[in-house]
Design a protein around this ligand. Structure first.
Ligand code: ADE
Ligand code: ZN
Length: 332
């Protein structure tokens, strides 16, 4: 089987995708129109031309502006449903979706409006597409600790429907230590924890995420390679890194995908996984990310299979479910 066929056929889990980052310009226009909200672009082409980023912040500014057209529960449903259809195309059989409630509550929306739309799409995805999912609520790290505590409070009525909490947005200058107490409370309440670290921030951000936030996974973590001791710890603990190759390319974390360290880290025994991050902005969903690194780094079929196996091992599904999918991958 060719690598392309293998990539398409392998069952995969996605562990790092921001639902607001799956907002395709076509849907953005449609929702803006029905909500009678003006957007500063006249065509889908013009929107796509604006997606030229030089770092994380230049992307985040556009990403938060795009989310402003989401107003009604149905908008969030439609957003998530469109993403689940992409999962079905890519044979992503399980996904753990980030959502950023503060992006919406800070502009006056109810937590429930956003949450109920997303959750209903997750239920329909299981029923109609047989795709399982979990929701992970992220705190925006450029906002205050107090705002994060408020958000945690607002999530409590939905606690059983949210598997974990995460940390995203502008990394440098907003270290994990800022959220140590919020994460401690979230863990006490039974939430699993993840955090973006080592995307633009140095390895100390990854150490802090491990030691202070006691995370179950690191999102990105590609700068961990600069610190040998950190690499040893990641390998010893099989601490997953949810790596996003096309994101790293578009946000200039790497100059070329041929420079990307995912293959090197995989072969050193780090539990790296492939993910799309914000696929509507970075030029591709799960399989596009696999194809891009396969092309740039000449992956072997065993490496592709190991990446798919890692995606299930690193996920928050049960051990029985993990074994079910891993045995299917091994049979290829
Ligand atoms: N929010 C959406 N995408 C993000 C990324 N790549 N890093 C930090 N915050 C984000
Ligand atoms: Zn991300």
């Amino acid at each position: 089987m060719s690598n392309l066929a293998l990539i398409k056929n392998l069952p995969k889990a996605e562990l790092h995708v921001h639902i607001e980052g799956t907002f395709e310009p076509e849907l953005m226009f449609a929702i803006a129109k029905r909500n009678q909200i003006a957007i500063p672009y006249s065509s889908v082409e013009e929107v796509k031309n604006a997606y030229n980023f030089h770092n994380l912040q230049s992307f985040l500014d556009i990403y938060y502006a795009g989310a402003n057209v989401l107003i009604h529960e149905q908008d969030f449903y439609d957003l998530a449903w469109a993403y689940f259809e992409k999962c079905a195309t890519d044979n992503v059989v399980h996904t753990e979706i980030f959502f950023d409630p503060q992006t919406h509550t800070e502009r006056g929306m109810d937590f429930a409006t956003c949450f109920n739309g997303l959750y209903r799409a997750c239920q329909d995805a299981k029923q109609k597409l047989n795709i399982s999912s979990h929701l992970i609520m992220c705190f925006l790290r450029h906002l205050s600790e107090e705002s994060a505590f408020n958000t945690l409070e607002q999530a409590l009525p939905f606690k059983d429907k949210i598997i974990g909490v995460g940390l995203d947005s502008s990394e440098v200058g907003n270290p994990p230590s800022k959220f140590e107490r919020v994460f401690a409370r979230a863990r006490e309440l039974g939430f699993l924890t993840v955090a973006h670290a080592g995307e633009e921030g140095d390895p100390d951000y990854v150490w802090q995420a491990l030691n202070l936030l006691k995370v179950n996974r690191i999102d990105h973590g590609v700068r961990s390679e600069e610190d040998d001791k950190l690499m040893q710890r990641l390998i010893a603990e099989q601490m997953p890194l949810t790596v996003c190759p096309l994101s790293n390319l578009k946000l200039c974390v790497v100059k070329n995908l041929t420079d990307h360290n995912i293959k090197r880290m995989l072969n050193q025994g780090v539990c790296v996984t492939v993910n799309s991050d914000d696929p509507a902005y970075f030029g591709g969903y799960m399989n596009d990310n696999f194809i891009a690194i396969d092309t740039a780094l000449n992956l072997t079929s065993d490496e592709l299979k190991q990446l798919a196996i890692n995606s299930f091992n690193a996920s928050f599904i049960s051990d029985d479910e993990k074994q079910y999918w891993i045995s299917k991958i091994k049979a290829y």
